[in-house]
Design a protein around this ligand. Structure first.
Ligand SMILES: [Zn+2]
Length: 84
């Protein structure tokens, strides 16, 4: 993937394209895989079951990686996700 100025200057970008580039992302209620909570892969906002946590977001098919809606919007054009 070509890294452009936006990604270089955004603190949330930490090389996630290595495992997230071009993936299918599913918009759904947060469910965890053997964990109490999870964090957005980009901004580290917390997904979980407490009132202040995010309850919906985008995840990979295996529910392993979660991304909040804001980060999906910001990074979509670089990561070429297929949103389902
Ligand atoms: Zn985020």
């Amino acid at each position: 993937m070509k890294i452009d100025a936006f990604l270089k200057n955004d603190w949330r970008y930490q090389g996630q394209d290595k495992y997230l580039y071009g993936k299918k992302l599913f918009f759904k209620d947060f469910t965890c895989v053997g964990r109490e909570h999870d964090h957005c892969e980009f901004c580290w906002k917390k997904f979980g079951h407490e009132s202040e946590n995010l309850k919906k977001g985008y995840s990979t098919e295996d529910n392993y990686h979660w991304i909040c809606q804001e980060c999906v919007i910001d990074f979509l054009k670089y990561f070429k996700w297929e949103l389902l």
